[in-house]
Design a protein around this ligand. Structure first.
Ligand SMILES: Cc1ncc(COP(=O)(O)O)c(C=O)c1O
Length: 401
């Protein structure tokens, strides 16, 4: 008899476009920070679907509100008002200090919209600016605009020509930024913590340099908080931690807690230059997305989730530092809150399958980095268990060298 795992994977191999090199695991159920596969094996999930299942899997409160919404009204399009989009915009603008929100369906769509808004701003001003400053090791998504400011050649090369005028500078190099920026700079785009690039934190000094460069030249600052935002670091946005003052901020991932939601938050200076019809989306900000995001934001701010991240984030860090003290091939521990990377000095390409073997889900990025983005609701006990399983996987990785 064909087992479900075989039929699932065989069917995909035949019918699904092969853009993902998946692990040979078929996940069927989750609860909190735990996942189960089709054979009933349990895993501690230290990745939460790349930073998305922010309230854990099968969160009962989230399930309740999205069920209620499905039984009431899911979608109206943006041709009409519905009660929830304004409520979510009000919450997010209050939390960020920006003035308006535009809703879409993913991080890359948010980046695409932000680039358009920055261009539209200068168009309205009657200025032609042609350059965008982006950082080496950046990742902003896969659509043509977002890809144009994503540094990895491997992602970019097959799709050239992309947007022209992108200037690359190293992160945390204020001098390189000062040399690159000019009155021809349309936007300076940064991730406050580079995620895909290996969990690399921007420094307050560099953030100050970005603010100054923008003040001097009028360039729009775009903070991509798709991964680092929405409470991931124990702060609503990491920009506030480093003192970055963005005109535009992009959100995604954790915001919908598993329901696809993206957003751009805008300062009034840019927002006031956008007109009816300048941008739009059929699904963006529909009732399902807004209901989920409203529930997430309420849990984050009023339900104690952000305070929880700040607290367990410290425990997480201590445990990672203990791992680094034990395994000399961990050359650096980087991160904040519940966004962490272990930078290894040995080839880490097998850490993901080894993790799965020992019952823990992590990610490998930037060649040498083991990245972790667990649910924001993960408990002390689950952290201890997950990292003890990771310890076993690291020990086996070292032995295999
Ligand atoms: C910082 C950052 N920006 C943008 C994106 C793109 O988001 P999405 O995959 O939802 O399109 C990602 C995804 O990993 C990201 O980490």
């Amino acid at each position: 008899m064909t087992t479900m795992v075989d039929s699932t994977q065989a069917r995909e191999a035949q019918y699904v476009l092969q853009t993902y090199r998946r692990q040979p695991v078929t996940l069927t159920r989750g609860e909190g920070a735990r996942l189960w596969d089709v054979d009933g094996r349990e895993y501690l999930d230290l990745l939460s679907g790349i930073g998305v299942a922010s309230l854990g899997h099968a969160n009962p409160g989230l399930a309740r509100v999205i069920t209620d919404q499905a039984q009431t009204l899911l979608h109206t399009s943006n041709l009409f008002f519905h009660p929830l989009q304004g409520q979510l915009a009000e919450q997010l603008t209050r939390l960020s200090g920006l003035q308006r929100a535009f809703f879409c369906n993913s991080g890359t769509e948010a980046m695409e919209a932000a680039l358009k808004f920055a261009r539209r701003y200068f168009y309205t001003l009657g200025e032609t600016r042609t350059e965008i400053i982006a950082l080496e090791r950046s990742f902003h998504g896969r659509t043509i605009g977002a890809l144009s400011i994503t540094s990895d050649e491997h992602y970019r090369a097959p799709f050239e020509p992309l947007l022209s005028g992108v200037k690359w500078i190293p992160a945390n190099d204020p001098a390189a930024l000062a040399a690159a920026v000019s009155t021809n700079t349309l936007a300076i785009v940064v991730e406050p913590i580079q995620g895909e690039g290996g969990v690399r934190l921007l420094t307050p000094e560099f953030a100050r340099g970005v603010n100054e460069a923008s003040a001097r030249t009028g360039a729009i600052v775009i903070a991509d908080e798709v991964q680092s935002g929405c409470g991931r670091t124990g702060h609503v946005f990491y920009s506030e931690v480093i003192g970055l003052k963005p005109h535009l901020m992009t959100l995604g991932k954790a915001l919908g807690a598993g329901v696809p939601v993206g957003a751009v938050l805008l300062g009034q200076d840019v927002a006031s230059k956008i007109s009816y019809g300048d941008h739009g989306t059929t699904y963006g900000g529909n009732l399902l997305a807004c209901r989920a995001a409203l529930y997430f934001v309420d849990q984050l701010v009023n339900g104690g989730v952000m305070a929880h991240v700040a607290k367990v984030g410290k425990v997480y860090e201590q445990r990672l530092r203990a791992l680094a003290a034990k395994h000399s091939f961990i050359r650096e521990v980087r991160g904040a809150g519940l966004m962490w990377g272990l930078d290894l000095s040995i080839d880490s390409s097998t850490i993901v399958p080894l993790g799965l073997k020992h019952g823990v889900i992590v990610n490998r990025t930037a060649d040498t980095v083991v990245r972790m983005l667990p649910p924001l609701t993960i408990t002390d006990g689950e952290i201890a268990e997950g990292l003890s399983r990771l310890d076993k996987a690291l020990t086996e990785l070292e032995r295999s060298k």
